[in-house]
Design a binder for this molecule. Structure first.
Ligand code: SF4
Ligand code: SF4
Length: 62
């Protein structure tokens, strides 16, 4: 299953990735985005491409 890896130190909690993700994977939790529904991630990488902070460092596949 793919899932986005988020660097919480770089994340500004802007919410762009939350809006970008077509599968509702991401939510803002506290002061950073988290993949709260990573079971729905299809690995499209749209969140990584749209993050203005470069905070989504990779889409991990396992
Ligand atoms: S890779 Fe695609 S499906 Fe997965 S969290 Fe990012 S935008 Fe959503
Ligand atoms: S788009 Fe980037 S900076 Fe904005 S909430 Fe998502 S991970 Fe954080």
């Amino acid at each position: 299953m793919p899932r986005p890896i988020i660097n919480e130190d770089e994340c500004s909690a802007c919410g762009i990735c939350v809006d970008t993700c077509p599968n509702g994977v991401l939510e803002i939790v506290g002061d950073a985005a988290e993949p709260v529904h990573d079971e729905n991630c299809d690995g499209c990488a749209a969140c990584m491409e749209d993050c203005p902070m470069g905070a989504i460092t990779e889409i991990e596949e396992d």
